[in-house]
Design a protein around this ligand. Structure first.
Ligand SMILES: [Zn+2]
Length: 158
């Protein structure tokens, strides 16, 4: 049986790898649709509130009105410096690679799976007309490819 749950959050980001408009700082209303495999025991499987009590607050705390930022993007260091100098505390959701919607799907799939839910598919909507569908196989492939740890770090770059 599959339970589908929908969430949304607003976040800023940019894609520093691209030379088009996506390089600019901008924001999205991200819509996510989670598909969970659940086992029925008696009248219930997993209660809808079990998802909402964990996933809703997690997204609110770590993603909503935050900035998705690649720690290898030079802008990251600039923002950290700004925070230190001006005593401001921006909500930065740190990524070990570009904040593409594919990488966001990988990160969210990891986050939600680590909460103990059996996520089988995740749809991530970045714009009104663009949605990616990311499933367990995609996640396994990305984990195996170590998509984030394959990005050169500051330590290995020099
Ligand atoms: Zn974007």
């Amino acid at each position: 049986m599959i339970i589908r749950k929908e969430y949304k959050f607003y976040a800023a980001h940019r894609n520093e790898e691209l030379q088009d408009k996506c390089r600019n700082l901008h924001g999205h209303r991200y819509g996510i649709v989670c598909h969970f495999e659940v086992q029925r025991t008696g009248s219930y499987s997993t209660l809808f509130s079990d998802f909402d009590e964990k996933i809703g607050p997690f997204l609110k705390e770590h993603y909503d009105h935050g900035m998705l930022i690649n720690v290898h993007d030079p802008l990251y260091a600039t923002l950290k410096q700004h925070m230190e100098v001006h005593g401001e505390d921006f909500k930065l959701r740190e990524f070990q690679g570009p904040t593409s919607v594919e990488n966001l799907a990988y990160q969210l799939f990891t986050d939600i799976t680590e909460m103990g839910f059996e996520l089988v598919r995740l749809d991530v909507q970045e714009t009104d007309t663009s949605v990616i569908t990311y499933d367990r196989e995609d996640w396994a492939r990305d984990q195996k490819a170590q998509i984030f740890s394959s990005v050169p770090t500051a330590d290995t770059a020099h």
